[in-house]
Design a protein around this ligand. Structure first.
Ligand code: ADP
Length: 497
């Protein structure tokens, strides 16, 4: 009897596998880190074989733990997005390392595209802002840098894929070259309105169409594993990029529902329903997911520094030993004592997009102590999230009544209370925080009939704790006014007067 769905969660620093039972509970999990490669300043690569080996190892471990392949109904995949690999189809060998989403080597080329006035064309077709982050400029770089690659690509001898596609190719023993619509929507080559690879964009980036995978819905049945690696032929069904899977795993099914993942940075996504919304606030428009022929769109905003600010307090300022201490310390003072931190360590992301901004601590007085600074740090995470959610709210015209949260920093009850106060909305923390893997499992199980439909899985979602606003209106307004003032002081810091 097949009792479990296993999600393969291919992340930026580790590969994980998590098995879920019929009720959506976690029954087994395994994780393996792999090396980060930094060949030059601003370059980040992964060895695609490390990704594959680590992913297959954890999958085997989890499969053994649940009692072998016959217990597994299907495998789903979720992954770090945009990271790009190109391989030779005949041998299955990559022609270069995978270029990771964080890699900045193509930033100059992206600036050139902006100078050529292509911002609107690209935004209209793909929903994306021109940036080195997305796959297209990385593909172009590999094809130009590796001798003979362009000719081979033109002859149809090479395959491109994001990590889902690379895993799928290997899992099926080189039989299937496909991806899902969410991953395709992050390449900057996919038209999110008519659902096709876009010829004009392919020409702009000088990429032969033959290297691209076939695009399927997120809940497609993609193929079967070859006997070779897992010792069994198991159905591979359900693929989605990590943030998209998390939006689904959080059951943000209605337009206007939003999730925020509080990790190193914050990743916010809002379901906007069946119509893509163009952002007036520099948010990205993306495919939330595609189920059969039905597409759900989303608005996305990212914050570069969130939990990383807490790490900074620990590792550089050395005023805490452990992230968990922040809650007690911040609770030891009744308010921030007028202290504000703008953690613009690498500039500011959505909705400001200011690469010249730098971090600042403002409002210090003789009475300010480390507890105030810690409180200001937690508030900074919540303020930045507030700014993105307000932008989503403005773009969509949909008021936000609740926010679902996950990620490592959501252990911090005070952080979530502050967030609820600022948003004047309910903040909901679910029992299962592994929402990314859960979302991929849901796509997988829905594809195969393991679950009968969304109504069945909806019933599994359980809250752990709910945070409701409890702050005086004038106190909230003071906080937000001062935050805005602090942001203004940080903006453009690196620019000449
Ligand atoms: P990622 O997936 O980006 O590695 P995680 O979801 O594992 O991140 O979350 C880790 C982040 O959460 C770290 O940056 C850490 O500083 C922060 N964090 C962990 N515990 C707490 C806490 N109790 N309060 C605030 N931040 C925390």
């Amino acid at each position: 009897m097949s009792q479990y769905v296993i999600s393969l969660d291919q992340g930026t620093t580790s590969s994980r596998a998590i098995a879920f039972d019929k009720r959506g509970n976690i029954v087994a999990s395994a994780q393996e880190e792999f090396p980060q490669i930094y060949p030059e300043l601003g370059w980040v690569e992964h060895n695609p074989q490390d990704i594959w080996q680590s992913q297959i190892k954890v999958t085997k471990d989890v499969m053994r733990e649940v009692g072998g392949p016959e217990k597994v109904s299907s495998l789903g995949i979720t992954n770090q997005r945009e990271t790009t690999v190109i391989w030779e189809k005949a041998s299955g060998k990559p022609i270069y390392n995978a270029i990771v989403w964080q890699d900045r080597r193509t930033a100059d080329f992206c600036d050139e595209l902006k100078q050529r006035g292509l911002e609107n064309t690209i935004r209209e077709k793909t929903g994306l802002v021109i940036d080195a982050y997305f796959s297209a400029s990385k593909i172009r770089w590999i094809l130009n840098a590796i001798p003979g690659a362009m000719e081979k690509a033109q002859k149809g001898e090479l395959g491109f894929g994001t990590m889902d596609c690379w895993l799928l190719w290997n899992l099926t023993g080189g039989k299937v070259h496909s991806t899902d619509a969410t991953n395709a929507s992050r390449t900057m080559l996919y038209n999110i309105h008519n659902h096709s690879w876009d010829d004009e964009l392919l020409e702009i980036f000088d990429i032969p169409k033959s290297i691209l995978p076939e695009v399927q819905p997120s809940n497609a049945i993609f193929g079967k594993t070859s006997q070779e690696d897992l010792g069994a032929s198991i159905t591979i069904a359900g693929i989605a990029g990590d943030q998209h899977a998390a939006l689904f795993g959080q059951m943000c099914l209605d337009p206007g529902s939003v999730k925020n993942t509080y990790g190193t940075g914050c990743f916010l996504m809002m379901n906007t329903g069946s119509k893509p919304i163009q952002s007036g606030n520099n948010l990205v428009t993306t495919i939330g997911w595609q189920i059969d022929k039905e597409t759900t769109y989303a608005l996305e905003g990212s914050i570069f520094v969130a939990g990383a600010l807490i790490q900074w307090l620990r590792d550089e300022l050395c005023i805490i030993d452990h992230a968990d201490e922040t809650e007690v310390m911040a609770n030891a003072v009744s308010d921030n004592g007028g202290v504000y931190i703008v953690p613009a360590f690498v500039g500011l992301g959505a909705p400001y997009w200011d690469q010249y901004a730098r971090g600042s601590i403002l409002g210090l007085t003789r009475g300010a102590n480390k507890n105030h600074i810690v409180r200001a740090a937690l508030e900074a995470i919540a303020f930045q999230s507030y700014d993105v959610i307000r932008a989503m709210n403005q773009d969509s015209g949909i008021p936000i009544s609740s926010l679902k949260v996950d990620g490592g920093a959501t252990k911090n009850d005070l952080l979530l209370q502050i967030q609820s106060n600022l948003l004047d909305a309910t903040v909901i923390r679910p029992q299962i925080l592994e929402t990314t893997a859960l979302g991929a499992a849901y796509f997988s199980g829905l594809a195969t009939g393991f679950w009968s439909g969304i109504d069945e899985i909806k019933a599994f979602w359980k809250e752990d704790r709910l945070f409701t606003p409890s702050i005086k209106k004038e106190d909230k307004e003071t906080l937000l006014t001062n935050w805005k003032k602090a942001v203004r002081h940080s903006q453009g810091w690196l620019k000449d007067e």
